[in-house]
Design a protein around this ligand. Structure first.
Ligand SMILES: C[S@@+](CC[C@H](N)C(=O)[O-])C[C@H]1O[C@@H](n2cnc3c(N)ncnc32)[C@H](O)[C@@H]1O
Length: 256
């Protein structure tokens, strides 16, 4: 990385790094802060205002302020708009190296595990997946696995996850290659979750926003659990369901 503020050079370096499929876009200050805090490897940082970035870093994340400023290159707003379609209000973007997918998979599959794995079965909404990664990081679970065609490392997901992809393991897998562990499927039609203690080895499976959990995963479930709802309400939002499921796991863990 360079700390010379040469926008043309910065743009050329950005394009070269972005062409590498192992590179992920880190959009905005909060994502950048978490990437650094959780050991993500940065390739480049660009900002439209170095001194504003310095102030923001010192105010919100003094632990990473030095690293941010040492690497950030100031570029005109037009250059930021070239590299990020919709620049974040904090005026900063970065490129980081995606952690090795094979290592992530090995960690997700290792037994015994100290905390569950969240499985999102064919999620459709990028914002929901990001919110779930943020929940997984906050609750300290083993990681998040998605099935289906959505890329859980899509820039919009990383932005919605506030860069917390680096604080947990995130991978996409076919439904027939999930990590080992008992399958606890969360579904409005299941029995009340209140009578069940979720084991640390569990895969907690949540369905897609429109269709719920696939028949295939439902048929393999060790338990089908519902978060009780008032009559006439059909379901909760996907990410809030994951939050409630993880809170239930954590509440029982804390009282062990
Ligand atoms: C928006 S809901 C899907 C609704 C879908 N129409 C269905 O029939 O399941 C997305 C996911 O959130 C979880 N979910 C939503 N409400 C829930 C509840 N009350 N209990 C358990 N899981 C719930 C389930 O995993 C569900 O598949």
């Amino acid at each position: 990385m360079t700390n010379h503020d040469d926008p043309d050079l910065a743009l050329r370096q950005w394009r070269a790094a972005a062409a590498d499929p192992s590179t992920v876009l880190i959009d905005g200050f909060h994502a950048l802060k978490h990437t650094l805090r959780f050991g993500g490897e940065l390739r480049q940082i660009v900002t439209t205002d170095r001194s504003a970035l310095g102030e923001l870093s010192r105010a919100l994340a003094p632990d990473v302020a030095k690293a941010v400023l040492a690497a950030a290159v100031e570029v005109p707003p037009a250059v930021l708009r070239e590299v990020v379609a919709r620049p974040h209000p904090t005026g900063v973007a970065a490129l980081a190296v995606r952690p090795d997918p094979e290592l992530a998979l090995a960690r997700l599959s290792a037994l015994p595990r100290r905390a569950p794995v969240v499985v999102l079965d064919n999620p459709r909404n990028l914002g929901n997946v990001g919110a779930v990664v943020r929940l997984a990081a906050g609750f300290g679970v083993t990681g998040v696995v998605t099935t289906g065609d959505l890329d859980p490392w899509h820039p919009t997901v990383v932005r919605a996850g506030a860069g917390l992809h680096f604080a947990t393991d995130v991978a996409r897998l076919p439904a027939d290659r999930l990590p080992p562990g008992p399958l606890y499927v969360l579904d409005p039609e299941g029995e009340s979750i209140h009578s069940t203690r979720l084991p640390d080895q569990a895969l907690l499976v949540f369905g897609s926003e429109r269709h719920g959990v696939s028949e295939e995963l439902r048929s393999r479930a060790d338990a089908l659990l519902a978060i009780p709802m008032r009559p006439l309400v059909s379901s909760f939002n996907l990410a809030t369901s994951v939050g409630m499921g993880l809170f239930h796991w954590q509440a029982h863990t804390a009282t062990r």
